[in-house]
Structures are given as structure tokens and as C-alpha cells.
Design a protein around this ligand. Structure first.
Ligand code: MG
Length: 383
């Protein structure tokens, strides 16, 4: 299908940008969003941020950058086949992790703990802070001034308390309405991407094994079929053959199940999509159950593996130590963040200072954070 569905997001009907700008020439509003994201500093930093494995552990592991590109690939192909807006989908996919801290979830959890008394830290909200405020490349406004539709897609979830502070993008969490299908779809494409690439990276690292994965039906099913057809296939090639089939089947299930739900709902417009009580982009029941078994397997066997746990412990220590040092003395921050810390502190007291520090730490790449930690705490090294 190459026609655009009536319920797709339409760049000509965007709810607009926070700062009004002239319409773009020769490209749509959503194309402009995507282009701005690719040119942002935060996007380039994704190359040096951990997905699961810390960036320097091996050249073939996913980073946040390659993860974001895989999400965009999956999301775009679903969008195109369903007549949804491909440019908006791509913009959301490429920006969804811009607010991620160094060191993956370990970094985010520790920074959230550090910020407990100061309003907490959440990477979705931080991604929005990056595009709304922290990027500084335009003369006329802070941030990169994206459309409402892209910003809505970036904010995948949000607590009610936070939602009240976020204006129009927070409203759907208060009114219990749905985002665009493009946003819903990108959220699921994110999950398809990481579930599959984390298996591959986990196997590559040796932390999980093919034998263990026999207990995961969604994997075991493809494994048996591949072995029947190619009994001699081994190693990386076997794993890739299984995973590409898994991705394919998840994508097809998502397209077909969502199309059934959309048709059954009778929605014709984006407003009707928003008014639905539940998201229309979804897996079928069987695939959802199998996918949940896989997620549980990865949590228990990879994310909480003793080796990963040691990495997590070290990462948490780096984040905690930096946060405490900057809180004690803001002169350790770069001049730009010192100015932010003083300005926010004048407005909001200690919580303002903490927020500027969280912004600074969240923006760091893994290697920047490690270098900074070495400079501040390793007294034998260069200062
Ligand atoms: Mg992601």
C-alpha cells in the first residue's frame, strides 16, 4: 500500500511548534524535524553511549546510535506498509533516546536516585528537555523547536505529576487519550529492535547461550525451522538467520494485528485515533505473550547477569560521584553549566542547581564520564 491513510498524521495539519516559524520549503514539517534531529549534538553523542554493553567493550555491540537507526528502520517499514507518515515515524525513532544518560539503564537509575529529592530523572522527559531546551544551535529559540507531533512521540510515558508540568504534550496522560499511530508504532519498534539485538549482543558476549534460548518459545520456534532447513548452519550466521526471521515475524504480526484493530475501531481521522480508549498499534495475543517471555528471559539472564551487574555497579559509582562533587562545588562544571546551575538555583534553589547538574551528566558520553571521573578522583592521573 502506498497511499496515505486518512488517520495518518499530516504535516500540513501539524499542531505546530513552540516558537512559530515560516513553513519549510521543499520539505514537510516532519522532514524538517528529522533533519534537525540528525544535525543535533545530542544525536552525535548517541554513538558513544551504552545500550547494554559499555561502548569500549567491543566494536560490534550496539550503541544508542545504532539502536536508534534500527528502530527507525523497523518503524519506517511498518509506517510505509500501513500508510502512516514515514517522516514523522523516523523523526520520533531517531530522537527517542536523545535524553539517555551514559551507561544505559544503570546511569538513568542512579541519576534518578541522585535526583530523588529534586523531582527525579526520567530519560523520556530528558529527551524532551534536549529538543526543547538544551540544544543551542538556533538564533531565535532554545532547543531545536520540533513539532508537537514529534515531541508527543518522544514522551512515551510520564507520571501524572510530571505531566502537569509539561503543557500540551503532557495532556494525554491526564486525559487518558492516545498519541498518533506513528508514536504508538515507534514505541513498539523500539521494543522489537532491542529484544532482538540484545539477544545477538548477549550471545556475542557469551553471557547467554543458544541452549538457554531453547526455553524461549519465540526464539526456539525459529531455531527449529532454521535447523531443519539448514542443518549445518552454525555460529554467527545461524544466529543472524534466526534473528532476522524473528524480527520479520514480529513486524508482520504488528502490521496485521494493528490493521485489524484499526479497521474494527472504525477510526477515520487522527482525532478519532487520539480518542480511543486504548492504543490501536498492537501485537496479536500470541505474539504479545511470547514477546513477554523473551523480555523476562533477557531481564533475568542478561540485564541482571553478574558480569553486567559489576559493570552496572561501576557505572552507578561514576554517576553518583560526579553528581555529589558538582553539587558540592558548581565550579567543577563547564562554564556553560555553571551559568545554568547559578541561573536555575536563583529561580528554584537547590533543586535548580541539581537539575543543571543532571542535564550536564545526562549529556555525557560513556567515555566523557569515565574521563571526568578519572580527572576528579584519580589523584595519580592527569588533572
Ligand atoms: Mg530505545
Amino acid at each position: 500500500m502506498s497511499t496515505i491513510a486518512s488517520y495518518a498524521a499530516d504535516p500540513a495539519n501539524t499542531q505546530g511548534r513552540r516558537y512559530t516559524e515560516p513553513a519549510p520549503q521543499y520539505r514537510s514539517e516532519f522532514q524538517r524535524d528529522r533533519d534537525r534531529i540528525i544535525h543535533s549534538k545530542a544525536f552525535r553523542r548517541l554513538e558513544y553511549k551504552t545500550q547494554v554493553f559499555v561502548n569500549h567493550e567491543g566494536d560490534l555491540y550496539r550503541t544508542r546510535l545504532t539502536h536508534s537507526l534500527e528502530v527507525a528502520q523497523i518503524a519506517r517499514s511498518v509506517a510505509r506498509s500501513m500508510g502512516l507518515n514515514e517522516d514523522l515515524t523516523e523523526a520520533i525513532a531517531l530522537s527517542h533516546d536523545l535524553g539517555h544518560t551514559p551507561f544505559g539503564h544503570a546511569g538513568q537509575d542512579e541519576l534518578n536516585d541522585c535526583m530523588k529529592a529534586f523531582g527525579g530523572f526520567e530519560h523520556n522527559i530528558q529527551s524532551l528537555r534536549v529538543v526543547d531546551w538544551l540544544e543551542d544551535s538556533y538564533a531565535d529559540f532554545p532547543g531545536i523547536n520540533l513539532t508537537f507531533e514529534t515531541r508527543e512521540g518522544i514522551l512515551k510515558h510520564c507520571a501524572v505529576k510530571q505531566a502537569r508540568l509539561l503543557g500540551e504534550v503532557g495532556e494525554r496522560f491526564l486525559n487518558k487519550t492516545q498519541p498518533s499511530l506513528e508514536a504508538q508504532l515507534t514505541n513498539l519498534a523500539d521494543e522489537i529492535a532491542y529484544n532482538n539485538h540484545d539477544i545477538e549482543d548477549g550471545l556475542r558476549s557469551g553471557l547467554i547461550t543458544l541452549e538457554q534460548l531453547q526455553d524461549v518459545p519465540v526464539f526456539a520456534l525459529e531455531y527449529r525451522q532454521v535447523m531443519r532447513k539448514y542443518p549445518d548452519l552454525q555460529g554467527r550466521r545461524l544466529i543472524r538467520e534466526i534473528l532476522r526471521r524473528m524480527i520479520g515475524h514480529m513486524v508482520i504480526d504488528l502490521i496485521e494485528s494493528s490493521q485489524v484493530a484499526i479497521t474494527a475501531s472504525g477510526v477515520q481521522t487522527l482525532d478519532e485515533v487520539r480518542a480511543q480508549p486504548v492504543a490501536l498499534m498492537r501485537y496479536g495475543d500470541d505474539m504479545r505473550a511470547r514477546k513477554n517471555v523473551l523480555k523476562k528471559f533477557l531481564r533475568e539472564n542478561l540485564y541482571f547477569h553478574p558480569t553486567v551487574y559489576r559493570m552496572t555497579w561501576r557505572a552507578r559509582k561514576v554517576v553518583r560521584s560526579l553528581f555529589e562533587a558538582y553539587m558540592q562545588d558548581v565550579r567543577l562544571l563547564t562554564p556553560k553549566y555553571q551559568a545554568f546551575a547559578r541561573r536555575y538555583e536563583a529561580d528554584e534553589g537547590e533543586a535548580g542547581r541539581a537539575r543543571a547538574i543532571a542535564d550536564f551528566i545526562a549529556g555525557m558520553t560513556d567515555r566523557y564520564a569515565i574521563r571526568e571521573y578519572g580527572q576528579l578522583f584519580d589523584l595519580s592521573g592527569p588533572g
